[in-house]
Design a protein around this ligand. Sequence first.
Ligand SMILES: Cc1cc2nc3c(=O)[nH]c(=O)nc-3n(C[C@H](O)[C@H](O)[C@H](O)COP(=O)(O)O)c2cc1C
Length: 231
Amino acid sequence: MKIVMLNGQNHKGSTYHIGRMIADKIEGENEITEFFFPKDLNHFCAGCYQCIEDVSTCPYYEEKKKIIDTIDAADILIVTTPTYCMHMSAPLKSFFDLTFDLWMAHRPMESMFRKKAVIVSTAAGTGIKSAMKDVEDCLFYLGVPEIYKYGMAVQAMSFDGVAADKKKKIEKKTAILARRLSENTAPSIGIKTRFMFWMMGMMQKKGWNSSPIETQYWKEKGWFDGKKPWK
Ligand SMILES: Cc1cc2nc3c(=O)[nH]c(=O)nc-3n(C[C@H](O)[C@H](O)[C@H](O)COP(=O)(O)O)c2cc1C
């Protein structure tokens, strides 16, 4: 399987290590590709809306394309972020801002609806839930239907500093998650994804779009005629 790690930090601390443990434990001949933010996409969205009409005119298109193409081909996404001020890290948020055109409200990528994802966050103590919810919202609106979360209050500033009993727990939990992801089955499409996709389709049909190009995209995909991106 193709696994892509999207790391909301450049360094390899507790959060990265936990994410990598999941990736390494997934059974089979896997290809693991890693991106680190901001290293691999050091930009903020310029708010120019160029992507709505033509993504290739985004000022950061070339750098973005490499990452998006890799994501497109992936089976599993592992998204890691340390909890920073109760939320996901700023570079990860910036990455998601730069995927705005691919959200369900605009031109979602078909392949997103066939992926599974895991979100990993660590904190000293609090804010993990809200940090993971940030990422979950983004993945959901990008179309990912099956999302797992693993948060851990590590009370450490590096992976070496994590207590032995916590590391044991991490070993166990990452193995459970990896086993689940090793099952090469299609992701289950929940009612929330189905409903949101339907609603976004209705909006596009009514012309409540950001550009007629979006409605044309939905039409060409056959999504107005009952076709679904997950089939
Ligand atoms: C800028 C910054 C903000 C942080 N904010 C929080 C926070 O809101 N809640 C918390 O419990 N820990 C917070 N921490 C601590 C980290 O979340 C924690 O040490 C985490 O495990 C670091 O992960 P890493 O080893 O992958 O870098 C913060 C650390 C930094 C550097």
